[in-house]
Design a protein. Structure first.
Length: 110
């Protein structure tokens, strides 16, 4: 099984958690932080990241701010107040999912 298939359902809470912990971030910064935190194990592609960020923006979870950096415009993403609440819920759901997976992976520990 492809690792990216396993990670796909976990991207939303991962991105939301990074934004909650770091405030505003731009897309490339998010991808690099995930890569760094996972020691290269998880690498988010632009094709996965930006559609997710756009969906979160449409849902009112994140808001964007454009900033000129030299001769280019950088788009920053920040959690909204509702997004911060939703992040806590998403992290709780992810923790429960991980605990359930652990029961399958390590049944003797249950």
């Amino acid at each position: 099984m492809n690792k990216s298939t396993l990670y796909k359902g976990c991207l939303e809470p991962i991105i939301m958690r990074l934004l909650k912990d770091n405030g505003r971030m731009y897309g490339y910064q998010i991808t690099q932080m995930v890569k760094e935190l996972t020691k290269g194990e998880l690498q988010i592609t632009e094709g996965a990241l930006y559609p997710l960020l756009h969906r979160l923006e449409e849902q009112g979870v994140v808001e964007t701010e454009m900033e000129n950096i030299g001769n280019r415009v950088r788009k920053y993403y920040t959690l909204t107040k509702a997004g911060k609440k939703q992040t806590s819920v998403a992290m709780d759901e992810l923790k429960m999912f991980m605990q359930s997976l652990n029961l399958i992976v390590n049944p003797k520990l249950a």
